[in-house]
Design a protein around this ligand. Structure first.
Ligand SMILES: Cc1cc2nc3c(=O)[nH]c(=O)nc-3n(C[C@H](O)[C@H](O)[C@H](O)COP(=O)(O)OP(=O)(O)OC[C@H]3O[C@@H](n4cnc5c(N)ncnc54)[C@H](O)[C@@H]3O)c2cc1C
Length: 466
């Protein structure tokens, strides 16, 4: 049992980016932290593999430096000088229309002249500032919100592909308030997205959001955090039980074929929704569990990495990548121009592409075997980018439950988590099922969890004083 003079003992369950952030922050704050990760490597869905001069990301490919806390976290990990910002060409993003990639306009003149949107759609957009504000007390889907404010063509050729790229999602099945809270807030605050965007651009302060990674990919975050944690990070440790016992938290842990228990003053659960839903957390006879979180939809996504000799690809690959609107009836969600985005992803004279298949739109396509995916990717990249011949490298990474979908009604899941926390002092829940799905959100979540657990541990009543 911990004495009140020694640092408080905090367990972090889950060694993805959320848990690693919480763990390193708690350690920096001087607490006695242990991070339990059931896999053999840290990072969760964040992992990069270097192979024969190719660098492929298995999960996320880039991180947005949208807030000072992201920059601080990267600097605290000692990775400040290793930041690799996306190449300037990556500002160009392609959307498929009429079966071919068209650059998304980035300037007012580009908007006027682009063939991506019809004249009618452009004129409709100009009326946006005068359209009435939506009601704050109703929950709208992303599709309804965008159609109301910007018109149906912007839904089809801008937001639908964007939502596929970020959530692997369907705008008809996402809540704008939950999935894009900033967009929702801009309309509520300014009455218009255009007026709000202009006001925010004119306002000073806050770093400009830049996209970055590292020379060896985002896995560098997991490696640096693991190095900071040292033996406080326990890999291949599966937490199977969390119980409130005598004013402490007792964890049941399976490791090396053995079952063990360990006691802590506070517990941070940095887990995906399905793991939270099945983790037995016993607080007391009245406490409700987190089982309902099992109902949160997570579509499957397959990430297919292909490498080619430069001359096999006709397209200039002068951008971030290409996204597929659903109305175009393509079989991919999109493809990243990985070797344009960051240097060092392909050997000299070669290019790398990362293609995403599946999502809410077409989960059945993600279920194909590797040979089916090889043919699908060859067909799609062939017609869109003029890719010819067999890839030099072909690798498949499957994510059967990729990204939580913040659907209408999602607030009830957040309320469930808050209710369990209220009943369980010293238990803190967060991650991509509560705090937002991006890596930046997860780093923010880890820091929030660390602050809350540290504040709890510092309170005189927190340790065994029930
Ligand atoms: C294919 C894909 C592409 C993406 N692309 C981007 C992108 O480009 N940019 C971006 O910002 N975001 C992207 N995201 C989203 C982002 O990567 C994730 O939301 C984020 O990494 C989730 O981190 P996490 O730590 O909350 O969860 P996870 O990474 O899921 O980590 C949870 C960890 O908990 C462990 N665990 C589970 N149960 C237990 C248990 N009982 N005991 C111990 N350990 C347990 C798991 O093994 C896992 O390591 C992408 C996601 C996917 C899947």
């Amino acid at each position: 049992m911990t004495s009140t003079t020694s640092p408080a003992r905090v367990a972090v369950i889950g060694g993805g980016v959320t848990g690693l952030t919480a763990g390193t922050e708690l350690r920096r704050a001087g607490l006695d932290v242990t991070v339990f990760e059931r896999a053999a490597r840290p990072g969760g869905v964040v992992a990069a593999v270097r192979e024969n001069g190719w660098l492929r990301e298995l999960g996320p490919n880039s991180l947005l430096e949208g807030t000072t806390e992201i920059a601080e976290f990267i600097d605290d990990l000692g990775l400040g000088t290793r930041r690799l910002y996306a190449s300037p060409e990556a500002k160009r993003r392609y959307i498929v229309r009429g079966g071919r990639p068209m650059a998304l306009p980035v300037s007012p003149l580009g908007f006027v002249t682009t063939p991506l949107f019809s004249v009618r759609a452009k004129l409709h957009l100009l009326g946006e500032p005068w359209r009435p504000r939506g009601r704050a007390d109703t929950e709208e889907t992303v599709a309804d919100f965008v159609t109301r404010r910007l018109g149906p063509e912007f839904l089809d050729y801008a937001i639908n592909p964007f939502v596929a790229g970020v959530y692997a999602g369907d705008p008809r099945r996402l809540s704008v308030r939950q999935a894009f809270p900033k967009l929702f807030a801009i309309e509520q605050e300014h009455g218009s997205l255009i007026r709000g965007a202009l006001a925010r651009r004119n306002a000073t302060g806050g770093p400009k959001g830049r996209i970055f990674s590292f020379p060896e990919g985002l896995g560098e975050i997991a490696a640096a955090a693991a190095a900071r944690l040292g033996d406080a990070l326990r890999l291949k440790h599966h937490v199977g039980k969390v119980a409130r016992v005598d004013g402490h938290w007792r964890l049941g842990i399976a490791a090396d074929g053995r079952e063990e228990t360990a006691d802590f003053d506070a517990v941070v659960c940095a887990l995906p929704a399905d793991a939270l839903a099945t983790l037995p957390i016993s607080v007391g006879p009245e406490a409700k569990g987190l089982g309902t979180l099992g109902a949160i939809a997570h579509p499957p996504v397959v990430s297919v990495f292909t490498g080619y000799r430069r001359e096999q690809v006709a397209h200039a690959l002068d951008g971030f990548g290409v996204l597929m609107p659903e109305v175009e009836r393509g079989k991919i969600l999109g493809a990243l121009f990985s070797s344009t985005l960051f240097p060092g992803r392909a050997p000299a004279g070669h290019v790398a592409l990362t293609t995403f298949v599946g999502g809410m739109r077409s989960p059945e396509l993600a279920a194909q075997d590797d040979e089916g995916l090889r043919a699908l990717v060859a067909d799609e990249l062939g017609r869109l980018l003029g890719v010819r011949g067999d890839p030099v490298v072909f690798r498949v990474q499957r994510w059967p439950r990729a990204i939580p979908q913040y659907a209408p009604g999602y607030a009830r899941f957040k309320e469930t988590m808050a209710a369990v926390e209220r009943e369980a002092p010293g238990l803190f829940l967060g991650g991509n099922c509560r705090d937002g799905i991006s890596l930046a959100n997860c780093i923010g979540a880890g820091r929030r969890l660390a602050r809350e657990a540290a504040a709890f541990a510092a309170a005189p009543t927190s340790r065994g004083a029930e």
